[in-house]
Ligand binder design. Sequence first.
Ligand SMILES: [Zn+2]
Length: 421
Amino acid sequence: MRVASVLSAVLGLARSVVVAGWELVPAVADDRTTLVVRVRPRQRRRGRCGKCAKLAPFYDRGGGERRWRHVDVGFATCELVGPAVRVRCASHGVTVAQVPWARHDSAFTAAFEDLVVHDAVVASKLACARRYGISWRAVNAICWRVAEEMLGRLDLLDGLVAIAIDEVKYKKGQRYLTIVTDHLTGQVVWAAVGRKKKTVHAFFDDLGDERAGQLGFVTCDGAEWIRDVVAIRAPAATVCLDTYHLVSWATDALDEVRREEWNRLRRTGGAKAAKQFKGLRWLLLRNWENLSSGQKGTIRDLERANRRSFRAWQMKEELRDVLSMPLAAARRALDDWLSYASRSRLVPFVKLARTIRHYRASLEATLEWKLTNGLAESTNAAIGRIRANARGFHDPERFITMIMLDRAGLAPPLPWAAGAK
Ligand SMILES: [Zn+2]
């Protein structure tokens, strides 16, 4: 077998790339050994604009040669060296010609970039920068370039029937993103900075009136900034109350009751009881089925120890039960729950009952259409993980890029995955 064929196979070069030569540059100081491979596009791939890939006449030889960092070969780093021919594109003027191994305007090969994006998504940008010995800034640029390329190729907003519109915090101090998720695929399809009517309008502008008319369901929380706009822009869609938010409202109400009781115990001098009670917080907020038998016993004891907290806890669990019932039974159970909560004399639950009455139609739509699959919950958890891996984001656009790469399925397959090239 010829060395050129071995290199072509080992480096995963496409058939449109000719291996014209190679040399091994020995390691110096901190640098590793470098395998330098001279390449050029086959004749038929020459003369295309680097930006739009349209055929374009030859302009000049550019700066002579360019280098691209490629996927490492064992202990050695690898560089492709090739011509930097420029063409004159009818739309883009004089640009560097397209090469089959790299994206436009990059110092890395496409295979190397795909690998970097993969690692940045599954680990973190920092881990990725260390792993490949490139700057954090370079990792950022790569993620952005790959996401842009994929967004240009795909239309994520096509064929949407049921969507969730939600907000995600990206920074302290009321900084939010608006995220749109497809209920059928579970993928994020749109994201932007802000949580205002203007933001939701921008989504519907991108979607267009025709596709908005095909939307059957929109789930969201009680936010009027979403509901008002949906009513105008997708009047045919049924608005559903996301049950994830409903459960979190009930959990908040329970926590408020617990806090009031704790304060009351402290005021009335029951220091020991108050201390014990404080430790209950996480227990109360967890779902009954996830508690150990010992923890369940603690909650049963609460019935005697603190009647009000126990009732609040019961109401939270009952509301969760309602959500898993068939529609007719859920309606009856919800009626019972609402009248009980209204008479409970637990202010947070009286308020919650009022809120639920206000959104009753949306809640019933959710139960009827079973859009209760915890989509918002899993999206929120995944986005939380992305934020934690990055130890927060200063630039919301970078946060959006990572969300789209990970949750919109934009991250390319690993370069050696079947069909990747
Ligand atoms: Zn062009």
